[in-house]
Design a protein around this ligand. Structure first.
Ligand SMILES: Cc1ncc(COP(=O)(O)O)c(C=O)c1O
Length: 412
């Protein structure tokens, strides 16, 4: 991550302070955005940074690769509408996300629906809309077929395969083991053959091996293994695959020492992998499905200091925010060791004058937004900015816990 050096604080690229030390987001002071939105806590998403991100992807990756946005990372409707114009498709995980995806203007035939435990009414809604179902089991395929027949419709289906390999170094591994996601590779060929017949339209294969990986070689190894697997399954099943979703797993640097993914290395590597693919896959189109990497760094969570206190020789800055909005930043969403996200006082910059911990307003020791940061002297009323907040923020946090109001959100 590129960081402003002032005071040793970590201000990620895309953000800066003005001459008065106020944090600027999309060129506007944080306090001005809070005034425009009406209150804190507030998630601010910067549209220009989303555009920059997608442009960087397009510049580095092979020209014919499709880019899908996994909307689970951030389903804020204005952000989704903005992404509709930037990417080639959406990946959704529920009928609720499907409704939002269609409302955001994404055409149904560019939406794919993955996730175990789809209910009949969700299968029906997807079939009626013409959304592609990433089929997670033989049972799910059977239910989708029965529903499609009853409706007199064709069900667009792709087979999700639980890969026999993992995405090494990823924060969350979703392959290489017994898993509730997709079908084991050995079970795939007969299902692919069945998916070629009515009432199905075979759209292809979906493999998702892991998430939050920062090593380009590890991601490329998983992509290469996926292309080999697709060829093997295609030949074993005697089926041509029109589309192969290679998953994603692109990570972002949350913590000191994390290095940004090398996009050029990824692009060159994937170009070589696709150029060397087997003849069975000559006509297949390929997609990557990314959530976090597309949106995490475009988001900032702003909350306000409502109290300062001392206890046991330490200073605590108590905010009106917390884990009910930003669970991941408090280290309670899939992290083993709690470390600070980049967090700054958005109201004042300058040299460090005190060491303080920034906590939320929930009555639990888990509600800690930053441990022992070295900041200028902070005052009640100051704004705190937690960066890397564009992915898995509001929608991945226990908002109802303790009955505080939901965070506001704006796209600027
Ligand atoms: C099937 C599937 N696709 C996409 C994603 C998005 O992953 P990320 O936000 O890390 O890119 C996930 C995350 O769990 C997933 O399970």
């Amino acid at each position: 991550m590129s960081e402003a050096a002032a005071g040793g604080e970590r201000v990620p690229a895309g953000f800066c302070r003005d001459g008065d030390g106020r944090l600027l987001l999309a060129g506007r002071p944080a306090a001005e955005l809070v005034a425009a939105a009406g209150d804190t806590p507030l998630f601010v998403y910067v549209a220009g940074l989303l555009q920059t991100r997608v442009a960087a992807f397009r510049a580095a990756m092979p020209g014919d690769i499709h880019l899908h946005y996994a909307v689970k990372a951030n389903p804020f409707p204005p952000l989704m509408a903005h992404m509709t114009g930037l990417v080639d498709g959406f990946d959704i995980a529920s009928a609720g996300e499907m409704a939002k995806a269609l409302e955001a203007g994404m055409p149904a035939d560019r939406i794919s629906f993955a996730g175990p435990g789809k209910r009949d009414r969700e299968l029906q809604a997807a079939i009626e809309a013409g959304v592609t179902l990433n089929i997670e089991s033989e049972g799910e395929l059977g239910r989708a077929g029965a529903i499609a027949e009853a409706l007199g419709k064709t069900a667009r289906v792709a087979l999700r395969v639980n890969p026999p390999f993992q995405l090494k170094g990823s924060g969350m591994k979703m392959g290489g083991n017994a898993a509730p996601f997709g079908v084991d590779a050995a079970m795939a060929p007969p299902l692919l053959r069945r998916m070629q017949q009515a009432p199905f339209e075979l759209r292809g294969l979906h493999v998702f091996a892991g998430s939050q990986a920062l090593s380009a070689p590890a991601i490329l190894e998983a992509q290469a293994a996926t292309v080999v697997l697709a060829d093997e399954l295609s030949r074993e099943a005697g089926v041509e695959l029109p589309f192969v979703n290679l998953g994603g797993g692109f990570g972002v640097p949350y913590f000191p020492g994390d290095r940004e993914l090398d996009l050029a290395e990824l692009g060159d590597g994937l170009t070589a992998i696709l150029a060397g693919r087997a003849p069975t896959l000559r006509n297949a189109r390929f997609a990557l499905e990314l959530g976090r990497w597309l949106v995490a760094e475009a988001g900032v969570y702003l909350c306000r200091i409502v109290d300062r206190k001392r206890s046991g020789g330490e200073t605590f800055l108590v905010t009106d925010g917390g884990l009910h909005h930003q669970l991941a930043a408090t280290g309670n969403f899939g992290t083993v060791i709690r470390r600070n996200y980049p967090v700054v006082n958005a109201s004042r910059g300058g040299p460090a004058a005190e060491t303080a911990s920034v906590v939320g307003c929930l009555c639990t020791p888990l509600d800690r937004l930053a441990d022992k940061v070295e900041w200028p002297q902070s005052e009640i009323g100051d704004l705190v900015a937690v960066f890397m907040a564009g992915a898995y923020g509001r929608s991945a946090s226990p908002e109802a816990f303790l009955g505080h109001p939901p965070a506001l959100e704006i796209l600027v």
